[in-house]
Design a protein around this ligand. Structure first.
Ligand code: ADP
Ligand code: MG
Length: 255
């Protein structure tokens, strides 16, 4: 693992009306790292991920992904919002896997994965199909490629969603509670796929309550509360000897 920084968030703030959802959030993620974000519901975890891939506009601070400012262009001392096509280009570099699987219901597993590469990235159907088949094999669903989402379990749908994110060859994948909507017996098959992805060197930011995954797979853990980063550091340190009493209480409660 190199120490190249892929994501750098500096003093990121986000308001919804008068409500401060993110209050000067600072996070750094290095290439190949798995960075877990934990914290109670409403602490701003999803909002932070959504700012990284421009589903939300931050109100203050800045985020860089691979040394490129997210959402803005600098012109001397001035910042200008970038165009929609520039936003689309920046977003393409970043995969996202949501709590709900968000597959296209009228497309098979294979078509779901091929859609972005063909329509957005201009890959040939043949190349996209080969890559999609390889990815489906990799997530253990080679035999389900012609199934529609409604014919798949929640765990299988989420594995297709991960393969779909990988189909775009992203520099980084954001996961927003990818196992929270699953029946308990389906959680481990999705975590196993994420573990495999991490082992292959993919840079991942994972919002999760799965402390076993955080302990086994994450390099760093960030604990958020009320829009603020309360504690961040090496996973082994934060999870086993948290410095902050609220981090400790949260970790204890979700074990
Ligand atoms: P988490 O993912 O940690 O549960 P969120 O980022 O979803 O938290 O939300 C943080 C806070 O921001 C919550 O209080 C939530 O109600 C509020 N919030 C999120 N999105 C919106 C929105 N679009 N409009 C108003 N408030 C929002
Ligand atoms: Mg959330």
């Amino acid at each position: 693992m190199t120490s190249e920084i892929i994501v750098k968030a500096v003093d990121v703030s986000k308001r919804f009306g008068n409500f401060l959802a993110l209050d000067k959030v600072n996070v750094e993620v290095k290439r190949g790292e798995v960075s877990c974000i934990i914290g109670p519901s409403g602490s701003g975890k999803s909002t932070f991920l959504r700012c990284i891939n421009l589903l939300e506009r931050m109100d203050g601070g800045a985020i860089w992904v691979s040394d490129e400012l997210v959402g803005y262009r600098r012109d001397g001392n001035k910042l200008h919002e970038i165009s929609d096509s520039e936003i689309a280009r920046q977003r393409r570099r970043i995969g996202m896997v949501f709590q709900r699987f968000n597959l296209f219901p009228h497309m098979t597993a294979l078509q779901n994965i091929m859609e972005g590469p063909v329509q957005v990235m201009g890959e040939t159907t043949k190349a996209a199909r080969e890559h999609a088949e390889m990815l489906l094999d990799r997530v253990g669903l080679g035999d389900k490629k012609n199934h529609y989402p409604s014919e798949l379990s929640g765990g299988q749908q989420q594995r297709v969603a991960i393969a779909r994110a990988m189909g775009m060859r992203p520099e980084l994948i954001l996961f927003d509670e990818p196992t929270s909507a699953l029946d308990p017996e389906l959680v481990s098959e999705v975590l196993d796929v994420m573990h495999d992805l991490a082992s292959s060197g993919m840079t991942m930011i994972v919002v999760t309550h799965e402390m076993g995954f955080a302990r086994n797979v994450a390099n760093t853990v960030t604990f958020m509360e009320a829009g603020k980063v309360v504690e961040t550091g090496l996973a082994s340190k934060v999870l086993s000897t948290p410095k902050n009493a609220r981090t400790a209480a949260f970790i204890q409660a979700v074990q």
